[in-house]
Design a protein around this ligand. Structure first.
Ligand code: MG
Length: 103
């Protein structure tokens, strides 16, 4: 599944199959998301100004934590009834207005 909707549907099925929907409240999911964001930050915390692309084991750990963040975000948006792609596009639209390109 290579779309947000596809991942959302997989997460729905995953939670339903384990009877975990009862735990997937917006509050719980937001807290889990925050924890995973912390794990992502921790991977980079003490690196000295590492440039953009990363390789090797660090890249694998970053990918793992980034996936955790994304999965909780998608699940949170689903439970809260938020169209994540629509909300993201609306946000970019607002930012384009707030921060016009340099001339
Ligand atoms: Mg994690």
């Amino acid at each position: 599944m290579d779309s947000v909707d596809g991942i959302r549907d997989r997460l729905r099925e995953f939670a339903a199959a384990r009877d975990w929907e009862q735990y997937h409240t917006p509050k719980n999911l937001a807290m889990a998301l925050s924890g995973e964001a912390g794990e992502l930050v921790a991977e980079l915390q003490w690196l000295d100004g590492a440039p953009g692309p990363v390789e090797g084991p660090l890249k694998e750990r970053l990918a793992d934590e980034a996936a955790d963040v994304l999965l909780y975000l998608i699940r949170l948006a689903d439970v809260a009834g938020i169209d994540l792609v629509k909300a993201a596009n609306a946000k970019i639209d607002r930012n384009e207005t707030r921060f016009p390109p340099a001339t």
